[in-house]
Design a protein around this ligand. Structure first.
Ligand code: LLP
Length: 413
C-alpha cells in the first residue's frame, strides 16, 4: 500500500506535466514472483493494458487474458502469441462478436466461454476450437456489488446447472475442452474461497469430462488503506492446490493450476500525480480542486473506492501529516460526482489532509490497476501520459493525447 513518493516522480511530473500516471516496474516484478507456486500466472490485462506493461509481464513468464478484440491486438503487439497447443493468450467473455470470432479462429486463441451461445457460434465457425468454460457457481463476492461476478445478479459465466448443456454443445461441435474457470469477483475472502474450490471439484466430479487445467480466476485483493486485509498467498495457494489434487486424482493425470489476477499484479505499482489548481470553501466544506478527474481515475466515483492521497508542495517536498484540514478532493469535470474522496453511493467524505495550496501536487496512490485502463475522454479531456520506471530508469510508455487526436475521428471523414 501507498506507493512511495520519490523526487524522481516529482521530476517526472515536471517533465511530462500533470495529470500523469507513474508505475514502478519493480513492484510488478515482486508481485509476479510471489505467485510462482502457480503453474500459470495469467495477467487480466483489463487492469492495466499498456503494451509496455504487457511486455514486462511477458518477459517474466506471465501469460495474458484478453477480453476484447482490442486487448487481443495489444497482447499481439506486446509479443504474445496464439496458436494450437501453445497459445499464450486466452479470450474471456460472455459474448462473441463477428470480428472477434474471426480473429480468435485465425489466431487459434482459446476461448473461455461465459455463455452457451458463444460455444455454439464458435463451433459453427470452427469445429475443434479450444475452449474453457467459465462457470458461475451460483454465488460470488466483490469489494463492491459491481465487482461481484458470481450468483444470479451477475451476468457472468455459464450457470452451474447449465454446465451439462454446455458440455453437450462442446461435444456436438467437437470443440476441445481445455479447462474449467471460476472467477467470482474482485476481493478475496476465505469463506467464499473454500466454497469456490469445493464447487470446482464438485463440478469436475459430476461432469465426468476430461480437462487439462483449472483456473482460479482473479480477485486477489490488495490493501488500499490501513486495516485492509493482506492476502495470505500460502493459504490461498494451498486451498486451490488441494482442489487441483482432488481433481487430478479423479482424472488420473496431472492438472495445471492457473491464476488470473489483475489488481494484485499492478495496483500497488501505480500513482496518479495531479496538480492543485484551485482551493475554495463552500459553507462548511473545504475543496481542493486538482487537474485529474474521474475521466482519469474512475474508481472513487464508480465504486466509492478509497485511495490514499499525499500532498507535495510545489518543490516536491512531502507535506507532513500535521495541521490537517478536512478536505474534499475534487477534479475538473462538470459533475458533482467528480470527487476522489467519496463512498459507494456518492456520499462525499472529507479527508484529513495537510493544507494544500494552488501549485501543490496531490499524489493518489495504488492506482496501477483500473486507473489508466478505465479512463475516458469525458468532457473532451485528452488521455494522460503513462511513465514506467524499471530499475530506476523512467520511460514514457504513453504520451499525452492531443486535442487534434481527440477530434480526428470526427474530422477525418
Ligand atoms: N478474471 C476475470 C474473468 C475478471 O472478470 C477479472 C476482473 C479478473 C480476472 C481480474 O480481477 P482482479 O484480480 O483485478 O480483481 N474495475 C474494478 C474491477 C473490475 C474487475 C472486472 N473483472 C475495480 O476497479 O476494482
Amino acid at each position: 500500500m501507498t506507493t512511495s513518493i520519490t523526487m524522481a516522480q516529482y521530476q517526472l511530473a515536471q517533465t511530462y506535466g500533470t495529470p500523469l500516471w507513474i508505475y514502478q516496474g519493480d513492484t510488478i516484478s515482486q508481485r509476479i514472483a510471489q505467485l510462482k507456486s502457480f503453474d500459470v500466472v495469467r495477467f487480466a490485462q483489463k487492469a492495466c493494458s499498456n503494451i509496455h506493461i504487457l511486455r514486462l509481464m511477458k518477459a517474466q513468464g506471465v501469460k495474458v487474458d484478453s477480453v476484447s478484440l482490442g486487448e487481443i491486438e495489444r497482447a499481439l503487439v506486446a509479443g504474445y502469441q496464439g496458436g494450437r497447443e501453445k497459445s499464450e493468450i486466452v479470450f474471456t467473455a460472455d459474448l462473441l462478436d463477428e470480428r472477434t470470432i474471426e480473429r480468435v479462429v485465425e489466431l487459434d486463441i482459446p476461448v473461455n466461454a461465459g455463455s452457451i451461445d458463444m460455444l455454439r457460434q464458435l463451433g459453427e465457425r470452427n469445429q475443434g476450437h479450444a475452449v474453457w468454460i467459465r462457470i458461475n457457481p451460483g454465488f460470488g463476492h466483490g469489494h463492491s456489488q459491481k465487482t461481484n461476478t458470481g450468483g444470479e445478479n451477475s451476468k457472468h459465466g455459464i450457470w452451474y446447472e447449465d454446465v451439462p448443456e454446455a458440455l453437450a454443445v462442446i461435444q456436438q461441435y467437437n470443440l476441445t475442452l481445455v479447462g474449467f474457470h471460476m472467477h467470482i469477483g474482485s476481493g478475496v475472502d476465505y469463506q467464499h474461497l473454500s466454497s469456490v474450490c469445493d464447487a470446482m471439484v464438485e463440478q469436475v466430479l459430476t461432469s465426468q469430462v476430461d480437462i487439462q487445467a483449472i483456473s482460479a480466476g482473479g480477485g486477489l485483493s490488495t490493501p488500499y488503506q490501513e486495516g485492509d486485509a493482506i492476502v495470505d498467498l500460502d493459504h490461498y495457494f494451498s486451498l486451490w492446490d488441494k482442489a487441483r489434487q482432488r481433481i487430478a486424482q479423479q482424472l488420473g493425470h496431472s492438472v495445471e493450476l492457473e491464476i488470473e489476477p489483475g489488481r494484485f499484479l499492478v495496483a500497488e505499482s501505480g500513482v496518479l500525480i495531479s496538480q492543485v489548481r484551485a482551493v475554495k470553501s463552500m459553507g462548511s466544506r473545504h475543496y481542493v480542486l486538482v487537474d485529474a478527474g474521474f475521466s482519469d481515475l474512475m474508481r472513487p466515483a464508480m465504486y466509492g473506492s478509497y485511495h490514499q492521497i499525499s500532498v507535495l508542495d510545489s518543490h516536491g517536498q512531502i507535506k507532513p501529516m500535521t495541521e490537517l484540514q478536512e478536505t474534499i478532493v475534487a477534479g475538473p469535470l462538470c459533475e458533482s460526482g467528480d470527487v476522489f474522496t467519496q463512498q459507494e453511493g456518492g456520499t462525499v467524505v472529507p479527508r484529513l489532509l495537510p493544507q494544500a495550496q494552488v501549485g501543490d501536487y496531490l499524489v493518489i496512490h495504488d492506482t496501477g490497476a483500473y486507473g489508466a485502463s478505465m479512463s475516458s475522454n469525458y468532457n473532451s479531456r485528452p488521455l494522460i501520459p503513462e511513465v514506467l520506471i524499471t530499475e530506476g530508469v523512467p520511460q514514457l510508455i504513453r504520451r499525452r493525447q492531443t486535442i487534434e487526436e481527440l477530434l480526428a475521428l470526427e474530422l477525418d471523414l
